[in-house]
Design a binder for this molecule. Structure first.
Ligand SMILES: [Zn+2]
Length: 406
């Protein structure tokens, strides 16, 4: 299908690499879309059907580079306990924590995971999230980690959102201990590579999770098999693994609430993307990552949700951007670039998504707002007038209508 979005005020980052200057280009133009792709952004009126988007702002669809979809079950009891002052040890004693989700996921079928995953992805899509990273990590054994990745593969055929699969087998240490588990993880990674079930391998390196020595060996092994790397680092405590992950060539290092200068320096040298997850800091009432310090050091920053059943159930990019601006000191432009182009680059989609330019997927949001300052100021998806996903119109809330070519 060929059509144009005419007269929109386009506000977008440019290029296919993560940026550190956070420039947003602003101009009024027509966007010519053919077969799901942006073909041209210019002033021509072609002989095709069109939308008149006069008075609306067009931005790229949001990219969420860090979620824990798919999962089943829920942990509201643990949330209420935490809200009343219980600590993690109390929650574990009461049967909560990640192992509750692991039990639920082990009992679930692939279809159960697909159904739950599509539900949450649908919620995200209503908030303009057109590309999403999905992780395993609630199976913690061969059968159930593979099952989650099979569910992600199936999900990616059932939604037009861009889905990027990540293997997070090293999410929690099972009772056998990390050394013995390593042998299982190697077999899983070999199978996953063979069947091309994941692009990235991720590890949770922190107190109460995997050790620095283990994480180094594990990511090195993943790299030797040809996986791209990610790591959960400095969420709860600082252990310096951000530096090591960056030296190993990780595409992104995520969380970083407790990061130190030597990690930031190394990430800056290697242009490792810092994926910051302020919704989790907010949900757990933890410290926010030092976004401005990371930005000032020349590290490209991306924003994501960390949507998961335990430590954060928010998923709105509008609220993430609100927190980035209001609690982490980022400008609206920095936050938007971080949740579009830089987020796309953090999951290997820099060529496909994250900006409104010829050659990219036509994932575009039309916003009914006077300026982009409204995104953090009025952080609701109600400001979206229309969503274009992969060149298809998805939501058209009121007066915007097709105009026939003349
Ligand atoms: Zn996470």
């Amino acid at each position: 299908m060929n059509f144009e979005i005419r007269n929109a005020k386009i506000i977008t980052a440019c290029g296919n690499k993560a940026v550190t200057d956070y420039t947003l280009d602003t101009f009024t133009a027509n966007i010519f879309i053919s077969n799901g792709q942006i073909v041209a952004v210019d002033s021509q009126n072609r002989d095709v059907d069109f939308f008149d988007a006069s008075g609306l702002i067009a931005i790229p669809g949001f990219v969420d580079p860090h979620t824990h979809i798919p999962f089943v079950g829920e942990r509201s009891k643990e949330f209420i306990m935490r809200s009343r002052g219980s600590n993690y040890a109390d929650i574990l004693k009461a049967g909560g924590g990640i192992h509750l989700t692991v039990n639920d996921v082990r009992k679930a079928s692939v279809d159960d995971l697909v159904t739950a995953g599509l539900k949450y992805l649908g919620w995200m899509l209503k908030n303009g999230v057109t590309s999403v990273e999905c992780k395993s990590g609630y199976g913690l054994d061969f059968e159930n980690e593979i099952k989650q990745l099979e569910a992600i593969r199936s999900i990616s055929t059932l939604t037009d959102q861009n889905i990027v699969p990540t293997f997070l087998g090293a999410h929690a240490v099972p009772p056998k201990g990390e050394r013995l588990f390593f042998e299982d993880l190697k077999l899983m990674m070999e199978e996953i590579k063979e069947r091309n079930l994941a692009e990235f391998v991720d590890v949770f390196c922190d107190e109460g999770a995997f050790s620095v020595d283990f994480s180094r060996e594990y990511l090195s092994y993943a790299r030797s098999l040809g996986f791209k790397l990610k790591a959960h680092v400095d969420e709860l405590t600082n252990n310096g693994f951000g530096k090591i992950a960056s030296m190993l060539g990780a595409i992104s290092v995520d969380h970083l609430a407790m990061c130190d200068d030597s990690e930031i320096d190394e990430m800056s040298k290697n242009k490792t993307i810092a994926v910051l997850l302020p919704l989790t800091s907010f949900y757990l009432r933890h410290k926010f990552a030092p976004a401005l310090k990371i930005i000032d050091s020349g590290v490209p920053v991306a924003l994501g949700s960390d949507f998961n059943p335990g430590s954060n159930t928010f998923y709105s990019p509008f609220f993430t951007i609100h927190l980035a601006v209001n609690y982490m000191g980022m400008t609206p432009a920095q936050a938007i670039v971080a949740h579009t182009l830089n987020a796309a680059c953090a999951i290997g989609l820099g060529d496909k998504a994250g900006s409104i330019e010829p050659g990219k997927r036509a994932d575009i949001l039309l916003l009914d707002v006077p300026s982009i300052d409204y995104i953090p100021y009025m952080p609701t998806n109600e400001i979206i007038r229309t969503i274009f996903l992969n060149g298809e119109i998805l939501e058209n809330r009121n007066s915007l209508s097709w105009k026939n070519k003349k």
